[in-house]
Design a protein around this ligand. Structure first.
Ligand code: NAD
Length: 478
């Protein structure tokens, strides 16, 4: 018996959870349930994160969590419960299998069968945003080596466990050489340790186009958080319907399983919702807790139900479907088919394996890190780069010299183009005159001097070389 935590959620949540639990229990799942309340009622009772301390205790004790969709109330600063749960529990990997069910569910891609594995904790989703000037706001894109290693290792280990032949990596490292560059480098480091699995890398824009056009070309795709968020929805939609896909959120200790769709409040309480997305989440959960034979029985019965044309309204199509059913009737149809296998769709055969738990991250030895300059960001409402160059040029000392100025990353001084549009947000790069800034106090002095000259500095960014290699972006136009 495995004790799991269950949240019925909002909208259609309670109906699809009831259907899902009925199916997996009928299939012989050895689980005991602890029910918790999360979502709309908890938010509206004044808890801004949508979850109580007691519920956290249950989730952390059981470590396995099956969650129906919830409604986040509009406005009022309510925090997304999903993001909170993923980050608080360190659920670093998001896994979404997207498979078409041709010819039973309409799709333009009959042969599609791809798993999207997305990094779940970092990237632009660190949520660190600031307004810095009247005209410019920023969001920090944070990518870490542990984050990249964990997700790439997970993707290859998943491919091996589930018999996937090829792992593809999507990044935009032709532009973001530091952040996406690190993700790609780590992929290139780890791929050769799985010689039995093919690997390739695509730039995300053309990769996304290929995915939308020829998804059969991919088997498993691993990507940073933002691209994965967008493209996993695209993949689910073109496979047939977002209503059919489930997802797993996996951490070193805990895991959460869910449908990818929301709480569909307009459909609530009418016994019409399709429980398939949550059921797919539950099947991943059963595999995760080592109950692969139950997972297999459920998946094959579900495939047979779809194949028999027993469809909820969202996938019902005249001429293809046989019978339009509600949530409860659909669940009963799956239960009636437990023990059967599909004949046109491919039956699944899962082997019992331990949950994929990777060894904890081992920190690497530190590199030689040298401070070689500083970018000083300045709020200045003027428009002539030569004027601001003269202004900040006053800050130069024998140790640091102004080397260039950029506006939104484009070099505007020296030798800028008058055509380049400039905002009120200027980056002034000071480099050391002798190769190393031995003393960080020099940066403090720069800031003090700037204040004396009424220069509005909004932030600084230290420029480092690691093991002798400059580790910051060069400049467009440099
Ligand atoms: P939604 O996914 O709830 O609905 C989008 C469309 O798909 C609607 O037309 C809906 O009727 C249909 N649909 C979704 N699931 C279905 C199912 N199982 N069967 C049949 N039809 C289904 O997205 P939305 O309307 O943008 O969001 C509604 C609420 O859900 C919002 O409060 C949002 O914050 C929340 N949400 C929650 C989660 C989650 O908890 N994981 C995810 C996404 C959205």
């Amino acid at each position: 018996m495995t004790r799991i935590t269950v949240a019925e959620g909002d909208g259609i949540g309670p109906e699809i959870m009831k259907a899902t639990l009925a199916i997996i229990l009928a299939a012989g799942a050895k689980i005991e349930l602890d029910h918790i309340d999360v979502g709309e009622q908890v938010y509206l009772a004044g808890n801004m994160s949508g979850i109580s301390t007691d519920s956290w205790d249950v989730i952390r004790r059981n470590k396995v969590f099956l969650k129906a969709p919830i409604t986040t109330p509009q406005g009022g600063g309510y925090k997304s419960l999903n993001v909170t749960i993923r980050k608080m529990l360190g659920l670093y990997a998001n896994v979404r299998p997207c498979m078409s069910l041709h010819p039973f569910v309409k799709t333009k891609h009959p042969g599609m069968d791809v798993v999207i594995i997305r990094e779940n904790e970092e990237d632009l989703y660190a949520g660190i945003e600031h307004q810095q000037t009247d005209e410019v706001v920023q969001c920090l894109k944070l990518i870490s080596r542990p984050g990249c290693e964990k997700i790439v290792q997970y993707a290859f280990a998943y491919a091996r466990q589930y018999g996937r032949q090829k792992v593809t990596c999507f990044t935009k490292d032709n532009i973001m050489k530091q952040t996406d560059g690190l993700f790609h480098r780590v992929f290139d480091e780890i791929a050769p340790t799985y010689p039995d699995i093919q690997n390739e890398h695509w730039i995300v824009d053309i990769g996304a186009a290929k995915l939308a056009d020829t998804p059969e070309a991919f088997d498993l795709i691993v990507m940073p958080n933002l691209y994965g968020d967008v493209l996993s929805d695209v993949a689910a939609q073109i496979a047939g319907s977002v209503g059919l896909a489930g997802s797993a959120n996996i951490g070193e200790e805990c895991a959460m399983f869910e449908a990818i769709h929301g709480s569909a409040p307009r459909r609530a309480g009418q016994n019409v919702a399709n429980p398939s997305g949550l059921l797919q989440g539950a099947i991943m959960m059963l595999n995760h807790i080592g109950q692969a034979s139950v997972a297999e029985r459920v998946q094959n019965a579900w495939l047979k139900t779809i194949e028999d044309g027993i469809h909820t309204y969202d996938i019902y199509k005249e001429g293809v479907s046989q019978q339009k059913v509600g949530t409860e009737e659909f669940a009963q149809a799956v239960i009636d088919r437990l023990g059967q296998e599909p004949t046109t769709l491919k039956a699944v055969h899962y082997t019992t394996q331990k949950a994929l738990v990777l060894p904890p991250y081992q920190r690497k030895p530190s590199a030689q890190k040298d401070l070689i300059g500083v970018d000083l960001f300045v709020h200045w409402p003027g428009s002539d780069p030569n004027t601001i160059a003269a202004l900040v040029g006053q800050l130069e000392t024998p140790e640091v010299a102004l080397s260039m100025i950029t506006n939104r990353g484009i070099k505007v001084w020296p030798n800028g183009f008058k055509e380049t549009f400039c905002t009120d947000h200027w980056r002034c790069r000071f480099l050391t005159t002798n190769g190393k800034l031995g003393d960080k106090a020099l940066i403090g002095n720069l800031l003090l001097k700037a204040a004396e000259h009424q220069i509005d500095t909004i932030k600084t960014e230290n420029l480092y070389a690691f093991d002798g290699k400059p580790a910051f972006s060069m400049v467009q136009g440099q």
